[in-house]
Ligand binder design. Structure first.
Ligand code: COA
Length: 169
Protein backbone atom coordinates (compact mmCIF):
# COMPACT_ATOMS: atom_id res chain seq x y z
CA UNK A 1 0.00 0.00 0.00
CA UNK A 2 1.39 3.36 -0.95
CA UNK A 3 0.04 6.84 -0.59
CA UNK A 4 1.51 9.45 -2.88
CA UNK A 5 3.17 12.61 -1.67
CA UNK A 6 2.69 16.12 -2.91
CA UNK A 7 2.31 16.66 -6.65
CA UNK A 8 4.93 18.72 -8.52
CA UNK A 9 2.52 21.67 -8.28
CA UNK A 10 2.44 21.37 -4.47
CA UNK A 11 -1.24 20.41 -4.62
CA UNK A 12 -2.34 17.78 -2.12
CA UNK A 13 -3.05 14.41 -3.78
CA UNK A 14 -6.11 14.02 -1.57
CA UNK A 15 -9.24 15.79 -2.83
CA UNK A 16 -11.44 17.67 -0.35
CA UNK A 17 -14.62 15.86 0.65
CA UNK A 18 -18.18 17.18 0.65
CA UNK A 19 -20.24 16.75 3.85
CA UNK A 20 -22.08 13.45 3.71
CA UNK A 21 -22.91 10.37 5.76
CA UNK A 22 -20.37 8.55 3.64
CA UNK A 23 -16.76 9.69 3.66
CA UNK A 24 -14.34 8.68 0.93
CA UNK A 25 -10.64 8.90 1.68
CA UNK A 26 -7.31 7.21 1.12
CA UNK A 27 -6.63 4.03 3.06
CA UNK A 28 -4.36 5.20 5.86
CA UNK A 29 -4.05 2.30 8.28
CA UNK A 30 -3.53 -1.45 8.29
CA UNK A 31 -6.99 -1.77 9.81
CA UNK A 32 -8.63 0.07 6.89
CA UNK A 33 -6.55 -1.90 4.38
CA UNK A 34 -7.60 -5.20 6.01
CA UNK A 35 -11.26 -4.14 5.86
CA UNK A 36 -10.90 -3.20 2.17
CA UNK A 37 -9.31 -6.57 1.43
CA UNK A 38 -12.14 -8.32 3.28
CA UNK A 39 -14.72 -6.36 1.24
CA UNK A 40 -12.95 -7.33 -2.00
CA UNK A 41 -13.00 -10.99 -0.95
CA UNK A 42 -16.74 -10.79 -0.15
CA UNK A 43 -17.58 -9.05 -3.43
CA UNK A 44 -15.20 -10.47 -6.01
CA UNK A 45 -14.32 -13.91 -4.61
CA UNK A 46 -17.50 -14.95 -2.80
CA UNK A 47 -20.13 -13.05 -4.82
CA UNK A 48 -18.57 -13.12 -8.29
CA UNK A 49 -16.45 -16.29 -8.13
CA UNK A 50 -13.05 -14.73 -8.85
CA UNK A 51 -10.25 -17.08 -7.69
CA UNK A 52 -8.70 -15.73 -4.47
CA UNK A 53 -5.19 -16.04 -5.94
CA UNK A 54 -6.19 -13.70 -8.78
CA UNK A 55 -7.94 -11.09 -6.66
CA UNK A 56 -4.78 -9.66 -5.13
CA UNK A 57 -1.93 -8.89 -7.50
CA UNK A 58 1.31 -6.94 -7.85
CA UNK A 59 -0.52 -3.66 -8.44
CA UNK A 60 -1.89 -3.63 -4.87
CA UNK A 61 1.57 -2.81 -3.54
CA UNK A 62 1.99 0.32 -5.67
CA UNK A 63 -1.66 1.39 -5.88
CA UNK A 64 -3.34 4.15 -4.03
CA UNK A 65 -6.42 2.64 -2.33
CA UNK A 66 -9.67 4.49 -1.59
CA UNK A 67 -12.05 3.59 1.19
CA UNK A 68 -15.68 4.66 1.68
CA UNK A 69 -16.69 4.81 5.33
CA UNK A 70 -20.24 4.94 6.71
CA UNK A 71 -20.42 5.34 10.48
CA UNK A 72 -16.82 4.17 10.62
CA UNK A 73 -17.60 0.99 8.68
CA UNK A 74 -15.87 0.21 5.38
CA UNK A 75 -18.60 0.06 2.73
CA UNK A 76 -16.69 0.69 -0.50
CA UNK A 77 -13.26 0.59 -2.04
CA UNK A 78 -11.34 1.02 -5.27
CA UNK A 79 -7.74 1.45 -6.38
CA UNK A 80 -5.65 3.59 -8.72
CA UNK A 81 -2.21 2.96 -10.15
CA UNK A 82 0.02 4.44 -12.81
CA UNK A 83 0.36 2.52 -16.06
CA UNK A 84 2.53 5.05 -17.90
CA UNK A 85 3.28 8.77 -17.60
CA UNK A 86 -0.09 10.54 -17.66
CA UNK A 87 -2.04 7.29 -17.84
CA UNK A 88 -3.55 5.77 -14.70
CA UNK A 89 -5.80 2.76 -14.20
CA UNK A 90 -8.73 2.43 -11.80
CA UNK A 91 -9.95 -0.96 -10.63
CA UNK A 92 -11.27 -3.24 -7.90
CA UNK A 93 -14.32 -1.00 -7.45
CA UNK A 94 -16.53 -2.66 -4.84
CA UNK A 95 -19.47 -1.55 -2.71
CA UNK A 96 -21.15 -3.54 0.07
CA UNK A 97 -24.08 -5.39 -1.60
CA UNK A 98 -26.82 -3.93 0.60
CA UNK A 99 -25.63 -0.37 -0.02
CA UNK A 100 -25.38 -0.30 -3.81
CA UNK A 101 -27.09 2.22 -6.09
CA UNK A 102 -26.92 4.95 -3.44
CA UNK A 103 -24.05 6.81 -5.03
CA UNK A 104 -21.21 5.27 -3.01
CA UNK A 105 -19.48 3.69 -6.02
CA UNK A 106 -19.76 6.98 -7.88
CA UNK A 107 -18.13 8.81 -4.97
CA UNK A 108 -15.23 6.34 -4.89
CA UNK A 109 -14.78 6.62 -8.67
CA UNK A 110 -14.77 10.45 -8.60
CA UNK A 111 -12.34 10.44 -5.67
CA UNK A 112 -9.90 8.19 -7.54
CA UNK A 113 -10.23 10.31 -10.70
CA UNK A 114 -9.39 13.41 -8.70
CA UNK A 115 -6.39 11.64 -7.16
CA UNK A 116 -5.25 10.70 -10.69
CA UNK A 117 -5.62 14.27 -11.86
CA UNK A 118 -3.63 15.55 -8.88
CA UNK A 119 -0.88 13.08 -9.76
CA UNK A 120 -0.72 14.50 -13.28
CA UNK A 121 -2.80 11.95 -15.17
CA UNK A 122 -4.39 13.16 -18.39
CA UNK A 123 -6.33 9.95 -18.89
CA UNK A 124 -7.70 7.12 -16.78
CA UNK A 125 -8.62 3.72 -18.10
CA UNK A 126 -10.35 0.74 -16.53
CA UNK A 127 -11.63 -2.72 -17.36
CA UNK A 128 -15.37 -2.53 -16.78
CA UNK A 129 -17.50 -5.57 -16.21
CA UNK A 130 -19.99 -5.20 -19.05
CA UNK A 131 -22.99 -5.63 -16.73
CA UNK A 132 -22.15 -2.28 -15.09
CA UNK A 133 -21.29 -0.43 -18.31
CA UNK A 134 -24.00 2.13 -17.50
CA UNK A 135 -22.23 3.02 -14.23
CA UNK A 136 -19.07 4.05 -16.06
CA UNK A 137 -20.87 5.62 -19.05
CA UNK A 138 -22.67 8.03 -16.73
CA UNK A 139 -19.27 9.08 -15.34
CA UNK A 140 -17.95 9.98 -18.80
CA UNK A 141 -16.10 6.80 -19.74
CA UNK A 142 -16.08 5.59 -23.36
CA UNK A 143 -15.77 1.91 -24.30
CA UNK A 144 -12.76 1.00 -26.43
CA UNK A 145 -12.47 -2.18 -28.46
CA UNK A 146 -14.27 -5.46 -28.13
CA UNK A 147 -15.34 -7.11 -24.87
CA UNK A 148 -12.90 -9.69 -23.49
CA UNK A 149 -12.88 -12.25 -20.71
CA UNK A 150 -10.91 -11.64 -17.52
CA UNK A 151 -11.15 -13.94 -14.46
CA UNK A 152 -14.08 -15.62 -16.23
CA UNK A 153 -16.10 -12.38 -16.41
CA UNK A 154 -16.82 -10.32 -19.53
CA UNK A 155 -15.10 -6.92 -19.45
CA UNK A 156 -14.58 -4.02 -21.81
CA UNK A 157 -11.78 -1.46 -21.68
CA UNK A 158 -13.04 2.08 -21.04
CA UNK A 159 -11.21 5.40 -21.01
CA UNK A 160 -11.86 8.91 -19.75
CA UNK A 161 -9.74 11.98 -20.48
CA UNK A 162 -9.04 14.25 -17.51
CA UNK A 163 -8.19 17.91 -17.53
CA UNK A 164 -7.11 20.30 -14.78
CA UNK A 165 -10.03 21.08 -12.48
CA UNK A 166 -11.45 17.59 -12.85
CA UNK A 167 -13.61 18.41 -15.86
CA UNK A 168 -13.97 15.97 -18.74
CA UNK A 169 -11.96 17.16 -21.71
C1 COA B 1 -20.21 -1.39 -9.68
C2 COA B 1 -20.42 -0.84 -8.26
C3 COA B 1 -19.07 -0.52 -7.65
C4 COA B 1 -21.26 0.45 -8.38
O1 COA B 1 -21.40 1.00 -7.09
P1 COA B 1 -22.79 1.70 -6.64
O2 COA B 1 -22.56 2.32 -5.32
O3 COA B 1 -23.88 0.71 -6.76
O4 COA B 1 -22.95 2.80 -7.80
P2 COA B 1 -23.72 4.21 -7.74
O5 COA B 1 -24.83 4.13 -6.76
O6 COA B 1 -22.73 5.30 -7.58
O7 COA B 1 -24.26 4.31 -9.22
C5 COA B 1 -25.45 3.69 -9.53
C6 COA B 1 -25.63 3.79 -11.04
O8 COA B 1 -24.67 2.97 -11.73
C7 COA B 1 -25.34 2.13 -12.67
N1 COA B 1 -25.37 0.79 -12.09
C8 COA B 1 -24.85 0.40 -10.90
N2 COA B 1 -25.05 -0.92 -10.71
C9 COA B 1 -25.70 -1.36 -11.79
C10 COA B 1 -26.19 -2.63 -12.17
N3 COA B 1 -26.04 -3.72 -11.42
N4 COA B 1 -26.81 -2.73 -13.34
C11 COA B 1 -26.97 -1.65 -14.12
N5 COA B 1 -26.55 -0.41 -13.81
C12 COA B 1 -25.91 -0.27 -12.65
C13 COA B 1 -26.72 2.70 -12.82
O9 COA B 1 -26.66 3.75 -13.77
C14 COA B 1 -26.99 3.25 -11.43
O10 COA B 1 -27.92 4.29 -11.40
P3 COA B 1 -29.43 3.96 -10.98
O11 COA B 1 -29.34 3.22 -9.68
O12 COA B 1 -30.05 5.31 -10.88
O13 COA B 1 -29.96 3.12 -12.09
C15 COA B 1 -21.20 -1.85 -7.39
O14 COA B 1 -22.37 -2.21 -8.07
C16 COA B 1 -20.44 -3.11 -7.03
O15 COA B 1 -19.71 -3.16 -6.04
N6 COA B 1 -20.65 -4.18 -7.85
C17 COA B 1 -19.97 -5.45 -7.58
C18 COA B 1 -18.49 -5.38 -7.95
C19 COA B 1 -18.30 -4.92 -9.36
O16 COA B 1 -18.92 -5.42 -10.30
N7 COA B 1 -17.40 -3.96 -9.54
C20 COA B 1 -17.13 -3.34 -10.81
C21 COA B 1 -16.10 -4.06 -11.53
S1 COA B 1 -15.79 -3.28 -13.11
Amino acid sequence: MRTEGQSPTGESPVPPQPKSDVRVKLVESEEEWSACKALRVRVFVQEQGVPLEEEFDEHDASALHAVALADGRVVGTGRLYRLAPGLHQIGRMAVEPGLRRRGIGGRVLEFLEECARRQGASQVILHAQTYVLAFYLRHGYVAEGKPFMEVGIQHVRMAKPLVAGGRVA
